[in-house]
Each structure stands twice: as structure tokens, then as C-alpha cells.
Design a protein around this ligand. Structure first.
Ligand code: NAP
Ligand code: SF4
Length: 676
């Protein structure tokens, strides 16, 4: 037994099989599982995580039939022909000493296609397709389809299956009266509503025999009206145990819930309490999940007996070698998931392949490969923000002699501001990770070094990478140099004093960050305050675990402004996170205004025109969050902006300021470094 994280890393004996530790890579849709020609990439992706020490892996959701598709032509296991693709995955994982379950997911009314079915024909607020209510004969056929799917999974050499029964998918739709209005034997009483999942578990067990893992992911807190009460959840969990499941996994919240469950502002391990409560009701092992992203959190949960296993999906996307690093006592080398969703879920919901903002190799294991160089070069990277750090550390890891010049006294660039925003504390982990990578890979870091082109030329570098990032844009508004006006770095980096009434010019990601910074009392927000703000009752005494929120009076009065009409504020930050920011700002009574024309700033405040009406916002400060401009003065270019010296390269915000985000910056840095 290792001395580091002894509880998290100790084996778990399931009787017929053993897991080498308590770390489970939870199911996550990557997009690779939907196309047969991507199974080689999927195999490499899982093999990397098995090699990295993960005890148990779970695939993204695979449908048992066409009605259950999440997306048109989504991954399905319904024919013997499907076995061939899946065997590529299982054999790759087994070769690395790992174990893997296939998740069976029937999307029900979350299916983004016209064949979607559900318990009743009630449309979900997050899908454009209204489902058809299943006929009884279809329910019986669906049970058979689950059985066949599990049998084929066994034939594909999976170590088990996970039946997805949470997050608002089909089985959750049957279990909850919110979506089940049937009056036959599959609806009405709890006994009837839970009949389908129980029949499925029994059928699957019959098809796969005793020595095969069946995990069931049960929603322990639905976070929607018409969800289940705690007593109902306990009854279902016990019935599932009796029906023959091996493990129970924690599901938190339906996808349509308007309460965040995984974004970065959700406190770490926020839901461990509900897992703990179910654990004490059952004798089978129980898995905790949601916002657990570092080994110390997992260790504390297992050590205290709140759960037997820790499910982490995104953290293992971010770092495939999470477990090996933890076991070696090198947790500081873990590339921590910052729960931003930008590289993973936002991609999935845009029908693109998942990857990871902090790890561009994720899901691209066979395409973005860092090969050791046999021709080491002398490389300069100018700028210690995300693009420069990514480029410098990958180039050095490949064996190049890399010098990283940074004009300020620390690395991190824009992240050093983002990490000061309450709810974004996780961004510190990325700066910590790169600090270690710089040391580990031998990058020569030169802080407080404002180099010029002549210095770079003199030093005889073979390659010069300009990663000088962006500077805040100063809009041309009369009175812009009035003392009331501050830039966002003044506020987020330099701690400028800000009054009680504030106008924020620009409602992009940074305008929202600044508003949240000015409204928060604590960083990080204590769990109790977070539960109060969002109205979450972890005792689930009322259906769904909802209760009336308790909110303090806002610390400041804020106007968040943009020139555009119509467009929702905060759309920049991403599909899966924008709504959380918008709701949080509403909780704090922020006045969001679009279609604004800025007239001037003077002692009275900010003068604006909206439509035909002029008004003065009587504010103490005006904070500029009006986007960015590239800093690229070191780049030798001709009159058309083309680079004139072949040794020079440009990446990140310096290349293009518009839409720059850390995902693009880190990816561009790594991709360039892989080719130098
Ligand atoms: P942004 O998202 O492009 O927003 C810039 C804002 O400034 C817009 O609201 C724009 O709206 C306004 N603006 C632009 N030019 C202006 C002008 N001349 N005068 C007045 N207003 C002007 O940029 P950002 O907020 O600076 O963010 C930079 C990048 O970092 C973005 O790509 C963003 O996605 C990323 N980021 C992401 C997060 C996150 O949570 N994921 C957080 C922070 C930053 P109008 O033109 O309508 O006025
Ligand atoms: Fe985590 Fe963001 Fe990477 Fe997704 S993209 S795994 S949320 S760091």
C-alpha cells in the first residue's frame, strides 16, 4: 500500500474482481464514441488513462437502441457488429492493466432527434424535440434492448456496465412524477415508477451472469420541481441493490435544472453529504461524484467513510496521469481540471469532439504527440501567459533549450486576474501546474525582462515565439480619463478602491468576472452560503432537494452594459456556463442593459443613450471591460502585416485578440511547440 492517499489508492475487492484503487473515471461524452472510425482514437484515449493508474474507467453513454440516441447516429450497441469496435477499446485498456465499464444510456426526452421517447409526451425545456410516450410493448422491448446491449458489452470484454439512471435521462424520467404521468403499471405510485429501472437491472443481471459489474447511476438529488424525496430515493436505492447491482454511483441534478452542479463556482465536493447519506443505507460500494478534482478531496471522502469510490470525469480528462502522480506524492504536478467546461462540455453541446482547456492532448492522443527532438534548438518564448507557458513547457519537454521572458514579476498572464474572481479560485491550480512544469522541464524563466527585437536577434535564438498577449482596449468616450474610470486590471490585479455604485462597460467574459468580483463577500464562497444562494437542500426533505433561496442584499449596485441589442449578456463564456453567470448576476440585482450608446463620463457619472432616451447613471466608478487588443510590437512584419523573419512565430492573444481565450492560447502554444 502506498503511503500517499492511502484510502483513495487502496484496492477495492468486489468479490469476483478487484479494483486497484478507488479512482473511477466517470462517464463523459467525448464525441469519439459516435463514429466507428474514431474507435482507434477512443482506445488511445482510455489506454492513456489506464496507463495513468485509474482504477476503473467508464465510457461515454452508449445507447441500447435507436430511440435512446442522445444525438442522431450516436454510439449504439445493438448488433454483433458493434462488438468489433468496442473490443479495440477494451483490449487497449486491459493491456495497460485497467478495467472499463460501458455506460448504457437511453436519452429519453433528452434525445436530440425526432425518434425521442419518454414515459409521457412532455417536452424538456432544453430540447426542441417533443418525445412520444412509450407504449407498453415498447417498454418491454426496451428492457430486452438493455439486456442485449449488456450481453454485447460482455462479449466486447468490458468488465461491466453502468446503467445511466440520473441527470434526467430516460430512467430518471420514469422514476419522477415530473415527467411520468402514466396511469398504467409503469406510472403513478413509486412502485410503478421504479418498475422500469428495476426490470432493466434484473434483465441485465440475467444476461451477464454473476461475475460482471453492474453500476447504477441514481439521481440522489434531482434539483427540479417534481423530483423525488429522500425517502423515495432510499427506497429506490435499496430496491436496486436487491435487484443485483454491484455499485451505486451518485447522480446530481437533471440537465434541465437551473442550479449549477459542476461549474467552477460550485464549491468542491459540494454534494458529498448526499452520497454519505445513501452510503449508510446500503451494503454495496457507493461512488461520490461532482466537483471532486484533487486527490486530497477524494482521500478525505473515502477516509471518512462517506463513499467507497470517487468518480472524476473531467479531472482525468485534464490529466490522464492523475493517479500515478498522486501515488508518487507529486500532486503538485497534477494538471487540475478548473471546471470551466470550455474544452469539454461546451464542445460536446456544439456537436464537436471534446478536449480539455488545460490539456489539448485530451481526445487527441494520437494526433497531438510530443516527440523527443533529436535536434535540440535554442528557443525564446516571449510572454509568460497561458500561450507562452504552454509553448515553452512542451518545447522544453521535447528536449529544446527554452528561455521564457516575462515582463512582469510572475507568470500566468490573464489567469492571474481570473483567479482573483470569486468562484474562479480553481484557476490558481493552472498557474501552480505551469510553475511546476517550468521547473520540471528546465525552462529558463527570466522574470521582469522586457526584451526588444534587437536583444532577441543578438542572443542567437533559432526560434522566437511571440506570446505577448493582449492589452485592454480603451474605448473613445469623452471623459475617459476622468478619475472615476478604471480599467479591469486596476480592479482585478491592482486592488483599486471601487465605490458602491458602478457601471461596467462591456458585458463579455471579463465584464461578468469584474461584476462578480465586486459583488462577492467571500472567496471561495462557503458551502452554506452557496446552498442558500441557490436554494439547495442537501437533506432532500422536499421533492427534488429544492428550498426557497436566502440571499443577502447586494454589496454594490452594478449596471452591466453593452452596445449590442438583443444578444443575451454573458454569452461569451460558453453554452454550459453562461446561464449560471446570468442567474448569479440577477441574484445580486445587477441591471443588465443592451443597446447602450456611451456619451461621456463626468462628475455626475456615466451619460448614456438607450434608444431615444438619454440618462445619467449616477455612479462612483466606470470600469472598462471593452475587450482587448493584440500586443505584437516585437514581431518583424512588412506593411501588409506578414512576418518577415522565419524564426518568428506568434500565438495566443498576440496573434488575434478577438475571441482569445485560454483554450485557444494553450492549444496554439502546444501545437506550435510540437512542431519546432
Ligand atoms: P469580449 O468577450 O469580447 O467582450 C468585450 C465586451 O466589450 C463586449 O461586451 C463588447 O460589447 C464590448 N466592447 C467591445 N468594443 C467596445 C468599444 N469600443 N467600446 C465599448 N464597448 C466595447 O472580451 P472580454 O470580456 O475582454 O474577454 C476576453 C476573452 O476572454 C473572451 O474571449 C472571453 O471569452 C474570455 N473570457 C472567458 C471567461 C469565461 O468565464 N469563460 C471569462 C473572462 C474572459 P459591445 O461591442 O456590444 O459593446
Ligand atoms: Fe476541466 Fe475545463 Fe478541461 Fe473540461 S475543459 S476537463 S472543465 S479544465
Amino acid at each position: 500500500m502506498t503511503s500517499h492517499y492511502p484510502n483513495l489508492l487502496k484496492p477495492l475487492d468486489l468479490g469476483f474482481t478487484q479494483l486497484k484503487n478507488r479512482v473511477v473515471m466517470g462517464s463523459m461524452h467525448t464525441g469519439l464514441e459516435d463514429r466507428f472510425y474514431n474507435y482507434g482514437k477512443l482506445a488511445a484515449y482510455f489506454a492513456e488513462r489506464a496507463r495513468g493508474g485509474t482504477g476503473l474507467l467508464i465510457t461515454g453513454g452508449i445507447s441500447p437502441n435507436r430511440q435512446g440516441w442522445l444525438l442522431p447516429f450516436g454510439g449504439t450497441m445493438s448488433h454483433y457488429g458493434d462488438v468489433i469496435n468496442h473490443r479495440r477499446v477494451t483490449s487497449a485498456v486491459h493491456q495497460e492493466g485497467g478495467k472499463i465499464l460501458m455506460q448504457i444510456l437511453h436519452a429519453g426526452r433528452y434525445g436530440y432527434h425526432p425518434f425521442a421517447v419518454s414515459a409521457s409526451n412532455i417536452k424538456s425545456p432544453i430540447s426542441m424535440f417533443k418525445p412520444r410516450a412509450m407504449k407498453e410493448s415498447e417498454i418491454i422491448k426496451t428492457i430486452r434492448d438493455y439486456g442485449r446491449c449488456a450481453k454485447l458489452a460482455k462479449l466486447s470484454n468490458y468488465d461491466g456496465v453502468e446503467i445511466m439512471g440520473s441527470e434526467g435521462y430516460l430512467l430518471n424520467q420514469f422514476i419522477c412524477s415530473r415527467t411520468n404521468k402514466r396511469n398504467d403499471q409503469w406510472g403513478g405510485s413509486l412502485e410503478n415508477r421504479m418498475r422500469l429501472p428495476l426490470e432493466i437491472v434484473r434483465k441485465v443481471r440475467k444476461e451477464v451472469g454473476k461475475n460482471f459489474i453492474i453500476a447504477y447511476r441514481l439521481s440522489l438529488i434531482d434539483l427540479v420541481d417534481g423530483g423525488n424525496t429522500w425517502d423515495e430515493i432510499v427506497t429506490i436505492a435499496k430496491a436496486l441493490e436487491s435487484a443485483g447491482i454491484t455499485l451505486l454511483n451518485t447522480g446530481i441534478g437533471w440537465h434541465e435544472a437551473r442550479i449549477p452542479t459542476i461549474v467552477t463556482s460550485v464549491p468542491r465536493a459540494a454534494f458529498r453529504e448526499v452520497t454519505k447519506r445513501i452510503k449508510h443505507e446500503l451494503s454495496i460500494p457507493v461512488m461520490a461524484s461532482n466537483r471532486i478534482n484533487m486527490p486530497e478531496d477524494g482521500e478525505s471522502i473515502v477516509a471518512s467513510g462517506d463513499a467507497d469510490l470517487i468518480s472524476m470525469a473531467r479531472p482525468l480528462l485534464a490529466d490522464a496521469h492523475f493517479v500515478n502522480k498522486a501515488a508518487a506524492g507529486k500532486a503538485e504536478e497534477i494538471n487540475t481540471c478548473i471546471a470551466c467546461n470550455q474544452g469539454c462540455l461546451d464542445q460536446t453541446f456544439s456537436m464537436k469532439r471534446s478536449t480539455c482547456l488545460v490539456n489539448p492532448q485530451a481526445c487527441f492522443e494520437t494526433e497531438l504527440v510530443y516527440v523527443k527532438t533529436n535536434r535540440p534548438k535554442k528557443i525564446a518564448v516571449v510572454g509568460g501567459g497561458m500561450a507562452g507557458l504552454s509553448c515553452a513547457t512542451v518545447a522544453a519537454e521535447r528536449g529544446h533549450d527554452v528561455t521564457l521572458f516575462e515582463g512582469s514579476d510572475d507568470i500566468g498572464g490573464q489567469f492571474t486576474m481570473a483567479m482573483n474572481v470569486p468562484g474562479k479560485e480553481e484557476f490558481r491550480e493552472t498557474v501552480r501546474y505551469f510553475r511546476n512544469q517550468v521547473k520540471k522541464t528546465g525552462v529558463k524563466l527570466q522574470l521582469n525582462q522586457k526584451v526588444n527585437t534587437a536583444d532577441l536577434n543578438k542572443a542567437g535564438f533559432d526560434e522566437i515565439v511571440i506570446a505577448t498577449g493582449v492589452a485592454p482596449r480603451t474605448p473613445k468616450i469623452p471623459g475617459i480619463d476622468h478619475p472615476k474610470v478604471l480599467s479591469y486590471p486596476d480592479v482585478l490585479r491592482h486592488g483599486a478602491k471601487v465605490g458602491h455604485k458602478v457601471a461596467v462597460i462591456g458585458a463579455g467574459g471579463i465584464g461578468i468576472d469584474v461584476s462578480e468580483f465586486l459583488l462577492a463577500e467571500h472567496s471561495p464562497q462557503p458551502l452554506e452560503n452557496w446552498l442558500d444562494e441557490w436554494g439547495v437542500d442537501l437533506s432532500v426533505s422536499e421533492a427534488g432537494g429544492l428550498r426557497p433561496p436566502k440571499r443577502e442584499q447586494p454589496l454594490r449596485q452594478i449596471w452591466l452594459l453593452q452596445r449590442k441589442h438583443g444578444k443575451k449578456m454573458g454569452q461569451g463564456p460558453g453554452k454550459t456556463t453562461g446561464w449560471v453567470h446570468r442567474l448569479a448576476l440577477q441574484h445580486h440585482q445587477v441591471k443588465m442593459m443592451g443597446g447602450v450608446e456611451y456619451l461621456k463620463v463626468d462628475d455626475l457619472g456615466l451619460h448614456i443613450r438607450v434608444g431615444d432616451e438619454e440618462q445619467v447613471l449616477d455612479v462612483d466608478n466606470v470600469i472598462l471591460c471593452a475587450g482587448q487588443e493584440s500586443v505584437r510590437d516585437l514581431l518583424p512584419t512588412d506593411s501588409e502585416g506578414k512576418i518577415t523573419d522565419k524564426r518568428f512565430h506568434v500565438i495566443g492573444g498576440a496573434k488575434m485578440a478577438g475571441e482569445v481565450d485560454a483554450k485557444r492560447a494553450i492549444k496554439e502554444g502546444a501545437e506550435l511547440a510540437a512542431t519546432l
